[in-house]
Design a protein around this ligand. Structure first.
Ligand code: HEM
Length: 228
């Protein structure tokens, strides 16, 4: 009958996945981010953590904290680049995973390296600059984890966004921590890669802000400032 055309259901795409597809993506990301921990558990169970298991676990959890931080920081540039707004729905989970691996890293040091000896811990944080920097990065992560809920986001309003800009400082400190640790061994190749990744991720934000402020800039027509 004329005038009663039925519209086909909106086609789900990578730019706009269906709710169901997004739930699957979230579940897959959640499971994938758990793999480094499962690997450590499996290696521990098989007694395959090498000659120095504490060092192995500290290094693995430290590396995964840094990787998760980089992945979290890549959400916003990727979302802008690809035009996939839903990526933001993964960001909190990824950030909490970065914190989770930082807690494991810190706990390994606190427990298996320092044996909860407070004076030894203070001495280590004070005497070894790379530990001082790592410790500072971890302390800065605490308010971000504590305010990661929707309720805190609503309660803090604009201040939430300002507080969560701390993640930039955390990423820089994390690279510095890694760099300093490796510089003592004359082996900064790996930290250099992370430094380059963090520089690109933070630099892209600066470029984005500059482009937004240019009145005739193409990106000025894009969405208003999003929550970071
Ligand atoms: C955002 C927080 C942190 C990140 C991203 C991070 C990352 C890393 C990375 C990537 C390494 C080197 C791994 C390797 O050698 O391959 C490392 C090593 C280490 N980190 Fe952290 N770290 C953080 C916080 C901390 C904290 C809070 C402490 C202790 C207070 C700490 C203590 C250490 C120690 C002692 C090592 C040397 C392990 C070894 O070679 O035996 N880190 N960390």
């Amino acid at each position: 009958m004329a005038g009663t055309t039925t519209r086909p259901p909106a086609a789900a795409s990578l730019a706009q996945p269906s709710r169901r597809a997004l739930a699957w993506i979230r579940a897959a990301v959640f499971a994938a981010a758990l793999l480094p921990l499962l690997r450590l558990v499996a290696l521990g169970y098989a007694d395959a953590l090498g000659a120095n298991p504490v060092e192995f676990v500290t290094r693995s959890t430290g590396t995964w904290t840094l990787v998760m931080l980089c992945i979290t920081l890549s959400v916003t540039p990727l979302r802008r680049l690809l035009g996939w707004p839903w990526l933001v729905r993964l960001r909190r989970m990824l950030g909490l995973y970065a914190f989770f691996y930082a807690v494991l890293h810190f706990t390994t040091w606190l427990w298996l390296d320092q044996w909860f000896d407070v004076s030894s811990m203070i001495a280590d944080v004070v005497d070894r600059p790379f530990v001082t920097v790592g410790f500072t990065a971890f302390v800065l992560m605490l308010p971000l984890a504590a305010t990661s809920t929707q309720a805190m986001m609503r309660r803090l309003g604009r201040r939430w966004q300002e507080l969560h800009r701390l993640v930039y400082a955390i990423a820089v400190l994390a690279v510095l921590h890694f760099w300093w640790h490796k510089a003592g061994k004359n082996d900064v190749a790996e930290p250099m890669v992370y430094a380059a990744i963090v520089a690109v991720l933070l630099g892209s934000r600066v470029l984005w802000q500059v482009a937004r402020r240019a009145p005739a800039g193409a990106s000025a027509r894009q969405a208003p400032l999003e929550r970071e």
